[in-house]
Design a protein around this ligand. Structure first.
Ligand SMILES: Nc1ncnc2c1ncn2[C@@H]1O[C@H](COP(=O)(O)OP(=O)(O)OP(=O)(O)O)[C@@H](O)[C@H]1O
Length: 246
């Protein structure tokens, strides 16, 4: 089985003179094909974990992705990853050109970008908005466009940081459907942060629970939501799942 992330005792420090310990001693292994939710109270390190998986923030200590072979599997080199955020970063041009530019930046000649960009727009149902300014689209459409732009590059790993947090209920459902569809493509791996525990139950097979930068639980989703197990995890974990802390 392919190991896509293999961390041993990872620390991440942020801020001036790297004084904030955003992650502390995180050990985890994620295999290809898994659907993993990252949850925890505000400031617990969810975004930092995703950013570090995408190498957007440096690791201060620990071991990341040393190739492991044999029973544990093989860490794949040079895989394609996409990271999406709560608010998509879209360029000031048409929806179609946002995707074309993504493909062009990835090395495709400009003339070869039109067809795959159209296919990506169709994949998320945005063909009718191809020529609209991306920034004039609704929040849900903008997020769909961000998914299309990422999908055009055929990522094997999706890292999503609260992708539905700022959307209305209808758009939330649409994006959740896209997450489910893309995660079910052969070999795709999904790691997403969410405050929406219903969404976690619908989409994830496994839950990583963070508190104060530490990974306190790494469990199959049905075990994580067992109150007896939550109570053993930490007093705050139970309160968090009951909605008593943010
Ligand atoms: N650029 C930064 N500089 C300094 N500290 C930071 C920076 N970004 C995050 N932090 C701190 O690192 C810790 C983890 O933050 P992070 O954003 O990863 O948490 P989170 O679980 O995603 O929070 P939320 O649910 O509020 O989005 C927090 O204490 C936060 O204040």
């Amino acid at each position: 089985m392919t190991v896509v992330f293999d961390w041993q005792g990872v620390d991440v420090r942020l801020g001036g003179r790297a004084q904030v310990q955003a992650l502390q001693g995180v050990t985890l292994r994620i295999h290809a094909g898994e659907r993993v939710a990252v949850i925890g109270p505000n400031g617990s390190g969810k975004s930092t974990l995703l950013r570090a998986l995408h190498r957007l923030v440096p690791v201060a200590a620990g071991r990341v992705e040393a190739a492991s072979r044999g029973q544990a599997g093989v860490v794949e080199a040079g895989r394609r990853q996409a990271m999406l955020f709560q608010r998509p970063f879209l360029l000031r041009c048409s929806a179609l050109n946002n995707i074309r530019l993504g493909l062009w930046l990835a090395g495709l000649p400009w003339r070869a970008t039109r067809q795959p960009a159209w296919a990506a727009l169709e994949r998320v149902g945005l063909q009718a908005w191809a020529d609209r300014s991306a920034r004039a689209l609704s929040g849900g459409q903008q997020q769909r466009l961000a998914f299309a732009r990422a999908w055009a590059l055929r990522p094997q790993v999706w890292l999503l940081d609260e992708p539905t947090a700022s959307l209305d209920p209808h758009a939330k459902r649409e994006i959740e459907q896209l997450m489910a569809v893309f995660a079910s493509e052969p070999g795709a791996t999904l790691v997403f942060a969410s405050h929406n525990l219903g969404q976690v139950k619908r989409l994830a097979q496994r839950v990583l629970y963070l508190e104060g930068g530490r990974l306190l639980a790494d469990l199959p989703v049905e075990r994580f939501f067992d109150e007896a197990i939550l109570a053993q995890t930490s007093p705050q974990a139970l309160a968090f799942v009951r909605g008593e802390v943010g």
